[in-house]
Design a protein around this ligand. Structure first.
Ligand SMILES: [Zn+2]
Length: 496
C-alpha cells in the first residue's frame, strides 16, 4: 500500500478485562508512531462480544490510557454502535459472491465462531518465529449447495451465518513492517464466518470494516494476530480496499518465557498505578518491551521517545517482563523528574493516605518542594512518601522497631536527648550549623561519639533508621517539631 497523507493508526481494546501490560504497550507504539509522523491516533472499543463484554470496564481502560499520557485524536468509537455497518458489509460480500449463507451449527466446521479462540491460542505458539499457520478442519458444505438444497434449508428457517468464500487457488500477500513481506497459500485459508447467525459480526469482519471506514494506514497489534491477517487481507480486497501496512509487535512473556499472565503477578496497568509507579517510568519501561532505539539509551522523556520511535526498531523477538527493571525505572524517575513534575504525584499520594495539607500547594509550597526533594533520593515508590517519609508530613508516626533496637540501646540516651531538646529549645537561630553545633558540643562535653546522638535523634524525630542527613531533616521539620519530638521520645528511651 502506498500511503498518501498522514498515517492513521488505532488502538482497539476489548472491554473483556482491564487494560493489560501487552495492550498498553501496543497502544503506546501506535501513539508514538502517530505523534512521530504527525498522524492521527484513533481509539476504538471492540465490544461486540456480548457474552464476554463488561461495559463497566471501558472507563477503566480509558483511565489507564490517560494515566499513561496516551491521548487519542478521534473516538472512542464503539463497535456495538456500528452493527448496521458490519451487516451491510456482509450483505455486500454476499451479493458480490465473496460470501455465502451457512446453515451449519455454529461450532461444527472450520472457521466457525468457536474455532476463533482456539486459533488465536495456536497462533501464540508460532508467533515467535513469525510462522503463519492455520488449523485445518473440515470445510462447511454450504458453499456448494444446489439451488434446490438451499431453498430447502431456507424453508426450514434454520439460523444462518454468512461465511467468506475464500479462494481455493493462488496466494495472499501482505506487508508487515516487523515480520516482512508475507505470503500464504489461499488453499490454507478456511471459509471463516463473517456474520454470526445472531447477526453479530465476527472479529475479522468488524476489524476490517472499521479499519477501512476509519482509513487506517498502519495496523500495529500483537503478533498473536499474525495468523488472522491473511483472512483480513482477503477481506480488504473483497471489499474493494487495499490492505494497510501491518506491524505485528512481539509478545510479552513472563520471566519463565511463557506468555505474561496473572501467574507472573499483576498484569493490569491500573494495578501498577495503585502500587505507586510513576506513569513516566512505566511508559519508559513499556516502550523497551519489543522496541530498541538502536543504541544503549534507556531513559527517554516524552519528546525523546517521539523523536526516536520507529517501526524499524521493533523486534521480532518476544520481550520478557522484568519487574526489577520496572522498579529501577521508577526509582530513576522519582529522582530525576523535574521537581515541579513530581509534586502533583506526591500530592495525590498524600491525599490518598490522608496526610495532605492544602497549605503545601499555596503558602508552604516552597517547603513542600524542598522536603520532597530531600526525600526522593531514597524512595522507590510513591507510597514511600506516606510510609517511610510519613514523619515529614504528619505528627503521628511510629518508631521502627529495628531502629529502636539498634539506636536506642545506650542507657544514657534518656538524659542525653533531654539535654539536646533543651539545647535546641534555646537556639535563637534555627540553621544547619547551629543545629550541628548543639549536638556536637553536647557529645564533646559528655565525652561521646557524635554518631550515638545523631542516630538516636534521627529515630526520635522521624522514626526510622535510614533518612536524609540529620541536620537537613531538622531544618525541614523546624525547631518546634524537633524539640517536641525529642521530648516525646524521652519516656521511651532507656534511663541510667
Ligand atoms: Zn455451513
Amino acid at each position: 500500500m502506498t500511503i498518501s497523507g498522514k498515517p492513521r493508526v488505532r488502538f482497539a481494546p476489548s472491554p473483556t478485562g482491564y487494560l493489560h501490560v501487552g495492550g498498553a504497550r501496543t497502544a503506546l507504539f501506535n501513539w508514538l508512531y502517530a505523534r512521530r509522523e504527525g498522524g492521527v491516533f484513533i481509539l476504538r472499543v471492540e465490544d461486540t462480544d456480548a457474552e464476554r463484554n463488561r461495559p463497566e470496564l471501558v472507563e477503566g481502560i480509558l483511565a489507564s490510557l490517560k494515566w499513561l499520557g496516551l491521548d487519542w485524536d478521534e473516538g472512542p468509537f464503539f463497535q456495538s454502535q456500528r452493527m448496521e455497518m458490519y451487516r451491510a458489509a456482509a450483505q455486500r460480500l454476499l451479493e458480490s459472491g465473496h460470501g455465502y449463507y451457512c446453515y451449519c451449527a455454529a461450532s461444527s466446521y472450520a472457521g466457525a465462531d468457536a474455532a476463533q479462540h482456539e486459533d488465536a491460542d495456536a497462533a501464540t505458539d508460532h508467533a515467535a518465529s513469525g510462522e503463519v499457520k492455520q488449523k485445518r478442519r473440515a470445510a462447511c458444505p454450504c458453499r456448494n449447495l444446489t439451488a434446490e438444497e438451499r431453498a430447502e434449508k431456507e424453508q426450514q428457517e434454520l439460523p444462518k451465518a454468512i461465511r467468506f468464500a475464500a479462494p481455493h487457488t493462488g496466494t495472499t500477500k501482505f506487508e508487515d513492517a516487523v515480520f516482512g513481506s508475507r505470503e500464504v497459500e489461499n488453499a490454507e485459508i478456511e471459509d471463516f464466518v463473517l456474520l454470526r447467525s445472531n447477526g453479530a459480526p465476527t472479529y475479522q469482519l468488524g476489524v476490517v470494516v472499521d479499519d477501512i471506514d476509519m482509513r487506517i494506514t498502519h495496523v500495529m497489534r500483537g503478533a498473536d494476530h499474525l495468523s488472522n491477517t491473511p483472512k483480513q487481507a482477503l477481506l480488504y480486497r473483497a471489499l474493494g480496499a487495499e490492505p494497510p501496512i501491518f506491524a505485528h509487535v512481539p509478545l510479552i512473556l513472563g520471566p519463565d518465557r511463557t506468555r505474561l499472565s496473572k501467574r507472573h503477578g499483576a498484569t493490569s496497568v491500573e494495578s501498577y498505578e495503585v502500587e505507586g509507579f510513576l506513569p513516566e517510568a512505566f511508559r519508559n519501561f513499556l516502550v523497551l518491551l519489543g522496541w530498541s532505539p538502536g543504541d544503549d539509551t534507556e531513559m527517554f522523556d516524552t519528546a525523546a521517545l517521539i523523536e526516536k520511535f520507529s517501526l524499524s526498531g521493533v523486534s521480532r523477538t518476544n520481550a520478557v517482563f522484568d519487574r526489577a527493571k520496572l522498579e529501577w525505572f521508577n526509582a530513576q524517575y522519582l529522582q530525576k523528574l523535574p521537581i515541579d513534575a513530581l509534586l502533583p504525584y506526591i500530592e495525590k499520594e498524600l491525599r490518598r493516605s490522608g496526610l495532605w495539607k492544602e497549605a503545601w500547594a499555596s503558602t508552604q509550597k516552597e517547603w513542600f518542594a524542598h522536603t520532597v526533594d530531600l526525600l526522593r533520593p531514597r524512595t522507590r515508590f510513591l507510597k514511600d512518601f506516606s510510609t517511610w517519609g510519613r514523619a515529614f508530613f504528619a505528627e503521628d508516626f511510629e518508631y521502627e522497631a529495628a531502629a529502636k533496637d539498634k539506636f536506642w540501646k545506650d542507657p544514657r540516651l534518656g538524659e542525653l536527648l533531654g539535654k539536646l531538646a533543651d539545647g535546641y529549645a534555646g537556639l535563637a537561630e534555627w540553621n544547619h550549623d547551629n543545629c550541628e553545633k548543639v549536638l556536637r558540643d553536647l557529645a564533646a562535653a559528655e565525652g561521646l561519639k557524635a554518631g550515638l546522638l545523631i542516630n538516636a535523634t534521627r529515630v526520635a524525630i522521624v522514626g526510622v533508621a535510614v533518612a536524609p542527613a540529620l541536620f537537613e531533616t531538622m531544618l525541614a521539620l523546624g525547631k518546634d517539631r524537633v524539640v517536641s519530638r525529642l521530648r516525646r521520645a524521652l519516656p521511651e528511651l532507656p534511663k541510667a
